[in-house]
Design a protein around this ligand. Structure first.
Ligand SMILES: [Zn+2]
Length: 254
């Protein structure tokens, strides 16, 4: 695998908000065969929604040529793809018997230190890890590590996350259990998610109704009663979702 040029498409497919630095698909060395992901923070300035470290992680610094990561995660949880090829992020060290920048994708999150993660970053980070593993054909969250685990005492990122928690969350995402945070269960879907759910139910209803004539002519009385009961349940669900969408829309407007 010379460069991971599927990054944009794969990250999008995991529902992440994705941007890129122009030239990303040809940035970074082609001697690249990643099997895992190393997590970092930028140790940049505190308290800004801007992207103070994006330029450095793209272009590098006098002592270390860029790119310095594959994906930069800003404070709003936006994944900015910096490089599809090998990046200078891990340095000396090893994780699970693999060593070197050619074996690991690198994430740089804009954060000053372990107390400086935003909720948006915490939500996006494990999904990003799952997506990066997906891009290299892996479903093993054990191949995600923090720089501090890879490099030992010379590095402290991302020990405050913590990496154990990150691996557990990443595995949950991979296994289809996306972390939903501490949201009120009533508030856990957005309008667009409700709309998508309703569209799914609508199409289910259509497909049931299109087979209704066949079914009713062949099923007995009990079958017909069950069938009508199921349709009524679907209609009730549709009404509940519509009410919920309307309420969310109203809240958004007010
Ligand atoms: Zn680091």
């Amino acid at each position: 695998m010379p460069r991971v040029t599927t990054l944009f498409r794969v990250l999008k497919s995991w529902g992440l908000t994705v941007e890129y630095v122009p030239g990303w698909s040809t940035r970074g060395s082609t001697s690249f065969d990643p099997v895992g992901v190393v997590g970092h923070w930028t140790a940049g300035p505190r308290g800004t929604d801007k992207r103070p470290s994006l330029r450095i992680v793209t272009e590098g610094r006098p002592s270390l040529p860029g790119p310095l990561c594959n994906v930069y995660l800003d404070r709003r949880g936006v994944c900015v793809i910096v490089a599809a090829g090998r990046a200078n992020h891990a340095g000396k060290g090893a994780w699970r018997g693999y060593s070197g920048n050619s074996r690991f994708l690198g994430i740089e999150a804009e954060a000053a230190d372990n107390a400086d993660w935003t909720d948006a970053q915490r939500e996006a980070y494990p999904i990003l890890c799952a997506a990066l593993l997906d891009a290299i054909g892996s479903t093993d969250a054990g191949m995600v590590c923090g720089h501090s685990e890879y490099a030992g005492p010379r590095k402290i990122d991302i020990n405050g996350y913590t990496p154990n928690q990150l691996r557990a969350q990443t595995q949950s995402v991979i296994d289809g259990l996306r972390p939903v945070g501490n949201l009120d269960p009533e508030e856990d879907l957005t309008v667009s998610q409700y709309t998508e759910l309703k569209q799914g139910i609508d199409s289910l209803q259509n497909s049931i109704q299109s087979q209704q004539v066949d079914f009713v002519s062949t099923a007995g009385r009990a079958g017909q009663t069950n069938f009508i009961g199921a349709l009524e349940q679907i209609l009730t669900l549709q009404r509940q979702i519509l009410t919920r969408i309307e309420k969310l829309e109203l809240e958004k407007e007010s």
